[in-house]
Write a protein that binds this ligand. Structure first.
Ligand code: UT7
Length: 381
């Protein structure tokens, strides 16, 4: 367990402005829809869906919204990080399925959380959205503008899916994941790349509102998601390994140095194909798509939160996160996991202060307790 700089204190000139994740949370709608149920809606089968995608079921909203799921995920991330909503300085919600055009989902989340001091805005980069938002928050914190941020991926894709199109409706699910970031004295994010290719935007799209005013009325587009699945599949296999290599070379690491690859959960065959192209065993690529389907921007943070709560992330592990999807957008991030313990069931032991002798002699107190008496976090002042 490592003591960190006190919450809210800005780094001084010349000090490291690195950023780390101190809390994670996720939320899924209550209703689970199995492949067998999907076969009652369109001409498909459990066998086809499992063999071609790896998906067995997905959570579908029966009232949960992008905002309500995001709020639940944020509350869990704040509890995990032992921070209050009133302390949050930035909220970024990555979503391509907001309920409202105006105001943005992030402002609604801010209001419901009671994060009165936070600046809040949305970001849409589809399935790479969470990664792009993470990079944006990282840049703000690194630049010294904010000390912390809630970064959220939240989607209710079931409202834009064409439930008569078997080629797409079996793939997607609803959910939200959030991480709480704050400035750290140790390097957390080691490499980060992101790319966009708008020339290929037509392979995965969904039209918005039509233009209708007193001067013009244009035809309505397709308000449902349409996709050239084979093109997206080929793009992912081509570009994702390349951008992971790029992020790894920034971090001066090789693929073997990475403990876990937390990839966007689009299709098991895509993830295994990427592992194969990188000459890595598939075991390094955890997956939850069997239970969740593709949740676009929510896939990576939900999987990350599940790994944390299963105790699979240990302090010092190297992770790669990579997202890819509509836009086309894609990116990768290499990070050192600095947060351990909280759900693993051990008592934390203070090893050192990242601020050197400035931490020495400070009082230490357990500030949060788990249901079984486990220390969840410690404070130093
Ligand atoms: O989040 C990022 C965005 N999305 C993705 O990453 C998705 C990327 N693409 C994929 O995952 C795959 O391309 C799909 C899962 C969408 C499709 O798998 P595929 O192996 O590329 O299938 P296909 O589109 O080539 O279709 C093969 C056959 C077709 O029948 P015919 O023409 O060979 O007779 C389809 O009509 O499978 C048929 N098919 C289905 N059959 C049963 C397509 N969807 C279904 C279905 N059930 N749900």
């Amino acid at each position: 367990y490592t003591l960190e700089i006190p919450w809210g204190q800005s780094a001084e000139k010349g000090e490291s402005m690195a950023v780390k994740i101190i809390g994670t949370g996720s939320a899924l709608p209550k209703k689970v829809v199995s492949n067998e149920e999907m076969a009652g809606l369109v001409e498909t089968s459990d066998q086809w869906i499992r063999e071609r995608t790896g998906i067995g079921s997905r959570h579908i909203s029966t009232g949960e919204t992008v905002v309500s799921l995001a709020v639940e995920a944020c509350e869990k991330a704040l509890a995990h990080g032992d921070r209050k909503a009133s302390e949050v300085q930035l909220i970024l919600v990555a979503t391509c399925t907001p309920e409202k055009g105006i105001p943005c989902a992030a402002c609604q989340v801010q209001s419901l959380l009671g994060a009165a001091e936070a600046v809040a805005f949305d970001l849409n980069a589809a399935c790479a959205g969470f990664l792009f938002a993470l990079h944006t928050a990282h840049a703000y914190i690194e630049a010294g503008i904010y000390d912390n941020a809630l970064v959220v991926g939240s989607e209710v894709l079931s409202k834009v899916v064409d439930w008569t199109d078997r080629g797409t409706c079996v793939l997607f699910g609803d959910g939200a994941g959030a991480v709480l970031l704050e400035r750290s004295g140790q390097p957390g994010i080691l490499g980060f790349v992101q790319h966009s290719d708008g020339t290929k935007g037509g392979v995965l799209q969904c039209d918005g509102r039509k233009l209708e005013n007193p001067f013009v009325s244009l035809p309505v587009g397709n308000p449902f998601l349409s996709m050239d699945g084979r093109e997206v599949f080929a793009f992912a296999l081509r570009q994702v390994p390349a951008c992971i290599w790029e992020a790894l070379s920034q971090a001066k690491l090789s693929p073997e140095d990475v403990d876990l690859y937390v990839l966007h959960q689009a299709n098991r065959r895509i993830i295994e194909g990427i592992a194969g192209r990188m000459n890595l065993e598939a075991a390094r690529f955890p997956m939850n798509l069997e239970r969740t389907g593709n949740m676009s921007s929510a896939s990576i943070p939900v999987l990350l939160d599940e790994l944390v709560r299963e105790g699979r992330l240990q302090e010092g592990m190297t992770l790669v996160l990579s997202g890819f999807g509509a836009g086309l957008t894609y990116g990768a991030c290499v990070l050192k996991w600095q947060r351990s313990l909280d759900f693993s069931g051990e008592i934390g032991i203070v090893k050192e202060s990242v601020r050197g002798d400035r931490g020495a002699g400070k009082k230490v107190q357990a500030a949060g307790w788990g249901g079984t008496g486990i220390i969840l976090s410690m404070r130093c002042w």
